[in-house]
Design a protein around this ligand. Structure first.
Ligand SMILES: CC(C)(COP(=O)(O)OP(=O)(O)OC[C@H]1O[C@@H](n2cnc3c(N)ncnc32)[C@H](O)[C@@H]1OP(=O)(O)O)[C@@H](O)C(=O)NCCC(=O)NCCS
Length: 178
């Protein structure tokens, strides 16, 4: 099963990106301030953004992925949030990235909490991690507010990051483990 639609919250819905989102995806991933603590290179063209959307296979491969994060009221794509399977670690990572005009309004916390809940309830994951560059105070605020516990600093892809973890403490309904 591929969950191309993710959780809904009071203000947000989650769905897979499509080519109509290329411009929003480009603006997000070419903004220096947004990308500062992500450890990823900036996109340099709309074409790159379209290719990234077209080549994204996580939903087909793993059943879940990073979703477009859409503000329900305006219908605008305000960024992404979602779950990512990391084959090198055999772990699932929660992540989020929003356009600066939407920062500071609790959107990332709302999105992250909903993605964690989706991972535990729907996907029946046992554990979800987050990796945050230590200087990224806003992101540390998000994971802490979502109840993730810091396990200390590790190196990931050559970058020192804080590793946060949340385990599925709720009783599993139906008992099916993924
Ligand atoms: C990280 C990011 C998603 C946070 O989004 P946001 O919607 O502004 O976060 P929230 O409003 O939910 O804030 C969560 C908490 O962090 C705190 N926080 C937010 N920005 C902060 C900042 N710049 N410095 C310190 N704390 C901050 C808030 O105080 C809030 O706690 P509070 O509600 O008790 O005040 C956003 O800054 C972003 O997209 N950054 C660029 C991409 C990125 O770094 N992604 C994460 C990679 S690990």
């Amino acid at each position: 099963m591929a969950y191309r639609e993710g959780p809904q919250t009071r203000r947000l819905l989650h769905r897979a990106f499509d080519l109509g989102d290329a411009e929003a995806f480009f603006r997000l991933n070419s903004d220096q301030e947004v990308m500062k603590f992500t450890g990823e290179p900036l996109l340099s063209s709309l074409k790159q953004a379209s290719e990234a959307i077209e080549c994204y296979t996580d939903f087909e491969r793993y059943g879940f992925g990073r979703w477009a994060c859409v503000e329900k009221q305006s219908g605008r794509v305000i960024g992404f949030s979602g779950l990512k399977y990391l084959p090198d670690l055999d772990e699932v990572d929660v992540g989020y990235r929003l356009m600066p005009e939407f920062w500071g309004r609790g959107f990332a916390t709302e999105a992250c909490a909903a993605c964690l809940e989706f991972g535990f309830r729907t996907l029946q994951l046992k554990e979800i991690i987050a990796m945050v560059i230590p200087a990224n105070a806003a992101s540390i605020g998000v994971v802490r507010k979502c109840g993730m516990r810091c396990e200390g600093e590790v190196s990931y892809e050559g970058i020192p990051v804080l590793r946060f973890v949340k385990t599925n403490s709720s009783p599993s309904v139906g008992g099916a483990a993924v």
